[in-house]
Design a protein around this ligand. Sequence first.
Ligand SMILES: Nc1nc2c(ncn2[C@@H]2O[C@H](COP(=O)(O)OP(=O)(O)O)[C@@H](O)[C@H]2O)c(=O)[nH]1
Ligand SMILES: [Mg+2]
Length: 198
Amino acid sequence: MDCCQNKISWYKKLTSIILGTGNCHGEVNQDTKGLEKLALIGNPNVGKSILFNSLTGAYVTVSNYPGTTVEVSRGRCKFGNRDYEVIDTPGMYSMMCITDEEKVTRDLLLEEKPKVVVHVIDAKNIQRMLPLTLQLIESSIPVILALNIMDEAERLGLKIDIEGLEKELGIPVIATAAALNRGIDKLKERIETYVKAA
Ligand SMILES: Nc1nc2c(ncn2[C@@H]2O[C@H](COP(=O)(O)OP(=O)(O)O)[C@@H](O)[C@H]2O)c(=O)[nH]1
Ligand SMILES: [Mg+2]
């Protein structure tokens, strides 16, 4: 029964079984040890997992964070000429954690020290979500802001001054619509430039 209850999409299970590269959980023993890390963080339902799938493709590992029952997905993506471990973290609202999921994400940020953290937000709710960006910046975490679900924000007539926001925050800000595969190449380019300069 466990097999049917995990959250890996059916095509990943199928791909890994057909290719013989994984098990029925869609898990692949992909060694990402020693790689620099990129973490996707943000509130639940902002598109982190869709973005994670776009960046990493079919081969991912899902495991419980040590000492918890909270799942963390890890995969690989190349930025520039280097492979990175990309981590899809549990949803978090604040660095002042309340839930187990938030604690896992905070611990992961502090202990695994990703080279870059992409804070994914729902552009429609930018005011509610920017405080976490500020907390990350204040915690000296190397952060890039992805204004996701931009398609819906545009449909609502919301105009966001991206250059102005970049200047105010002092970090790269990129508009994306991950579900429509929009802005992903631009995000990858900005990540590349960011890690090269780091
Ligand atoms: N319209 C729109 N919907 C999106 C976009 N990105 C994600 N979603 C939707 O938002 C929901 C949550 O996405 P998911 O990746 O699971 O979010 P997570 O909880 O942050 O991992 C799903 O229903 C997605 O289809 C986007 O760019 N545009
Ligand atoms: Mg998710």
